[in-house]
Design a protein around this ligand. Structure first.
Ligand code: FBP
Length: 254
């Protein structure tokens, strides 16, 4: 059964504001006095025409009010910190259940799988459980499919491995996959094909030197079939987050 994506898309397109970097990277690395405040991010998501805001459960619990907030909530169900970067084999443990996410007002859930990691199998198994629970509730599942680990070291951005990650998302039942862009439109076109009926959104990545650079990347991935972006740093690290959000929306929405 195809899950209904209309709550987290507009005109079939997705524009998600990602904000789990405080957990993943730590506040020191990514935040300043403004964007360290989740309330500010929620305001950007609301006013910036985003079709979803991505929070871990703690932030959702304390800042997101489904009665007040209009922007759909996507609760990230697993996560890790980057503090153990010394470990070559990343693992992202489940931290929140589908039921809990629904209780917080979630319109969708997100889950990371490090494709190629020694713990890939464990993450796939854990993902399968949440995928089943979410499907039963008609809740879309967005899978962060990130190639990482010794087995794929140096090949994380190859066409072969990115397409494999996208295909794995399809086969596991993800409704959307969030995939990093390697800079090649041709490769991404293949990635989108490999994902079949699973929709593809591009993972934002570190802030580009110029806005134009980031917006051009977005245009490129959309032109080869991606349905949108899940972006964090390129929005809330911009001096004028609402301005860049408006420019992004003009590109994403038809
Ligand atoms: P960005 O647009 O800031 O890259 O956010 C997308 C995202 O997937 C976040 O959801 C997540 O916290 C981060 O990137 C993971 O980054 P890393 O590549 O360091 O694992």
């Amino acid at each position: 059964m195809q899950v209904d994506l209309s709550k987290i898309t507009k005109q079939g397109r997705a524009m998600f504001l990602a904000y789990d970097q405080g957990m993943e990277h730590g506040p020191e690395k990514d935040f300043d006095d403004e964007n360290v405040d989740p309330q500010k991010i929620l305001e950007i998501a609301e006013e910036g025409q985003f079709t979803g805001v991505i929070f871990q459960k703690g932030i959702a619990e304390k800042y997101y009010d489904p009665k007040i907030n209009k922007v759909p909530l996507i609760v990230k169900l697993n996560g890790k910190t980057g503090l153990r970067a010394d470990l070559d084999e990343p693992y992202s443990p489940p931290l929140c259940s589908v039921e809990e996410a629904i209780g917080l007002g979630a319109s969708a859930v997100g889950y990371t799988i490090y494709v190629g990691s020694q713990f890939e199998g464990k993450m796939m198994q854990e993902f399968s459980v949440i995928e089943q629970e979410a499907e039963e509730r008609n809740l879309p599942v967005v899978a962060w499919m990130y190639p990482r680990g010794q087995a794929v070291a140096g090949k994380e951005n190859s066409r072969e491995i990115l397409a494999h990650a996208a295909r794995l998302g399809l086969e596991l039942g993800a409704d959307m996959v969030k995939i990093p862009y390697n800079g090649s439109k041709k490769d991404f076109e293949w990635v989108v094909k490999a994902a079949g009926k699973t929709k593809v959104v591009m993972s934002g990545g570190p802030k580009t030197e110029t806005r134009e650079e980031f917006l051009k990347i977005v245009k490129d991935v959309l032109s080869v079939g991606a349905v949108g972006v899940a972006v964090g740093r390129n929005i809330w690290q911009d001096g004028e987050p609402l301005e860049i959000s408006r420019k992004l929306a003009k590109i994403v929405f038809l």
